[in-house]
Structure formats: structure tokens, C-alpha cells
Write a protein that binds this ligand. Structure first.
Ligand SMILES: Nc1ncnc2c1ncn2[C@@H]1O[C@H](COP(=O)(O)OP(=O)(O)OP(=O)(O)O)[C@@H](O)[C@H]1O
Ligand SMILES: [Mg+2]
Length: 284
């Protein structure tokens, strides 16, 4: 499909926030992201080495992998903020690696990412940070910029959802690491993209907050009928959220499957998880 067809016929970035289940166009119900033979190197460091990955519309795919293997690099290629050296990344049938910057921008408008370090804008307070994407785009219903009271209401709700009510006028530097991460999540959720990429959403959070975030990710996924990729080291979160698990290893996705099948792959890291991780008291 040509780049200029990207989301032109149906822009489902802002599905009505009315609690009603949404019908997406039928062409989005299958494969949403298709990565083939992806290569990326920085200087002498080859990070992605012929990586393949399929993500289906409506699923939460959780990516596990050792630190430094290239999980964040992969997400950055998928959301189009970096260009791979070679290979293809089809998003809803369009290869964004072949698109102009402008057309890639059209694709990423429909995606949101929670960056590993939250990536808030230091000079903006939490309200401005959370409202950032809403201020960049028109209200799809009225085709006009969102009115200030609407933005304020949405921001307030989003912050309350992540347990940060009342922090609107604080600066990112006033918040703890975990709070900044939740503010980053609020900024993503208020935007309601249909493809959501989360880079370690629960790292650095206490277990109770981490579980709230896990539930929020699953609930958001259901509400938006979205497509989510979650990178995490937190195996409890992985099992809680995942429709499928993937192992990123040696520059490739070495294994990907439903959780039960995944745990039976003969791989040292998966064996380690199997031997050491207990879920609600019983070993996997
Ligand atoms: N912009 C960059 N310039 C140079 N090297 C980079 C760059 N971004 C990533 N790398 C290198 O790519 C490799 C993979 O990094 P990446 O951040 O994707 O790891 P990761 O799997 O996300 O690790 P972690 O679990 O610790 O977050 C690392 O060796 C890193 O140093
Ligand atoms: Mg990372």
C-alpha cells in the first residue's frame, strides 16, 4: 500500500471516549505490525540483525530480553523516530521505512509510546506535558482544536487514572521517578492512540502501583481495541498482560508464542524464568 494511503480513509486515533465498544474497519482486524529482516547498527555495534516480528490487531505482545539486547531500539524503529539500516516495518499494510518523513509522521500520529525514561518535557508542568498531544491535534468530532476546558477535563481524568491527581502544576523535576513514569503514561493514555508501545512501564514502581499500571494497560487495550507492545523485565507483569510473549535475543526475536507454549521453549533464559518464577504460588 502506498504511503499516502496511511490512515487516510479512517483516522481512529481518537475513538469516542464514551465507554462504548468501538468497531474498527475490518482491514485493521488482522496483522497490524509486520517487521521483516530488520537491521540496525550504531557504529560498530550491530543491534538488530535480521529481526522479524508480527503483531496482531487487538493483542498485547510482551517482549522480554536481556538488558542491552535492543528492545528499546526496536520500539524506536517501529514508531518511526529512527530509520533502520534495512528491512521493512509495515504498519497496517504500509511499509513506513519507505515513506517520507511526513508520511511516517502520519503513521506515528496513530501510535503512542511510553518511553523508558518517561521523556517528559522538563520545561512544561505536568498538565502541559499531559495535554501535549491533545494540543497538537484537532478534536476529530468537531474538527477544531480541543477547547481548553475539554483539555483540562481530560488531563485531570488521565492524571487521576494513574494516581497523580493534584500534580497538574508541578514540574517533572518535582516528581519522583515512579511519578514521572506515571505522568508519561497519562500523556499516552489521554491521547488514546490505537497502537501503544510501552517501554518498561512498571520499572521502578512499587508492586501495588505496578499492578495498577498493568491493569490500566489491559483495560486501555480493551477499551481502544488497540494493539500493544510492552517491553518489560517484570515477569509478573508480562504474564498478567500478555496475549503472547516474545524473546528478543542476539538481534532477533528468537521465540514468540502464547504464554504456555513460550515457557516450554528450550532456551536458557526461558528455563531460568520457568525454574525461578512462581505465579500465585505455583511454578509455571
Ligand atoms: N543512539 C544510540 N547510539 C549508539 N548506540 C546505541 C544507541 N541506542 C542504543 N544503542 C546501543 O544499542 C544496544 C541496545 O540498546 P537498547 O537500549 O535497545 O537495549 P535494551 O534491550 O532496551 O536494554 P534495557 O533492557 O537495559 O533497556 C546497546 O548496546 C546500546 O548501547
Ligand atoms: Mg530499553
Amino acid at each position: 500500500m502506498r504511503c499516502d494511503k496511511l490512515y487516510s480513509d479512517f483516522d481512529f486515533r481518537f475513538l469516542p471516549d464514551n465507554g462504548i465498544e468501538h468497531d474498527l474497519p475490518t482491514n485493521t482486524l488482522q496483522l497490524m505490525i509486520r517487521v521483516r529482516n530488520l537491521y540496525k547498527r550504531y557504529g560498530n555495534t550491530s543491534v538488530l540483525k535480521g529481526l522479524n516480528l508480527d503483531v496482531n490487531q487487538g493483542e498485547i505482545l510482551v517482549i522480554l530480553g536481556r538488558s542491552g539486547v535492543g528492545k528499546s531500539v526496536l520500539l524506536r524503529q517501529i514508531i518511526g523516530i529512527e530509520k533502520p539500516d534495512s528491512g521493512s516495518i509495515e504498519v497496517n499494510g504500509v511499509d513506513i521505512t519507505q515513506c517520507s518523513k511526513n508520511d511516517v509522521y502520519k503513521a506515528v500520529r496513530n501510535m503512542g509510546m511510553l518511553f523508558q525514561g518517561a521523556a517528559l518535557f522538563d520545561s512544561m508542568n505536568i498538565e502541559q506535558n499531559t495535554a501535549f498531544y491533545l494540543r497538537q491535534h484537532n478534536d476529530p468530532l468537531t474538527k477544531k482544536p480541543f477547547e481548553d476546558p475539554v483539555i483540562q477535563k481530560k488531563v485531570k481524568e488521565a492524571l487521576a487514572t494513574v494516581g497523580l491527581q493534584g500534580t497538574e502544576h508541578k514540574m517533572p523535576s518535582d516528581l519522583s521517578g515512579g511519578m514521572r513514569k506515571r505522568a508519561g503514561l497519562a500523556r499516552l493514555l489521554v491521547y488514546r492512540p490505537s497502537i501503544l508501545l510501552y517501554d518498561e512501564p512498571t520499572t521502578g514502581l512499587d508492586p501495588v502501583t505496578a499492578q495498577q499500571i498493568n491493569e490500566l494497560i489491559v483495560q486501555t487495550q480493551k477499551e481502544l481495541k488497540g494493539t500493544s507492545i510492552v517491553v518489560t523485565h517484570d515477569i509478573h507483569s508480562a504474564f498478567f498482560m500478555a496475549d503472547r510473549l516474545a524473546l528478543h535475543k542476539d538481534g532477533k526475536i528468537a521465540h514468540v508464542a502464547d504464554t504456555k507454549t513460550f515457557m516450554n521453549f528450550n532456551d536458557p533464559m526461558i528455563r531460568y524464568l520457568k525454574e525461578n518464577y512462581t505465579l500465585t504460588g505455583s511454578k509455571i
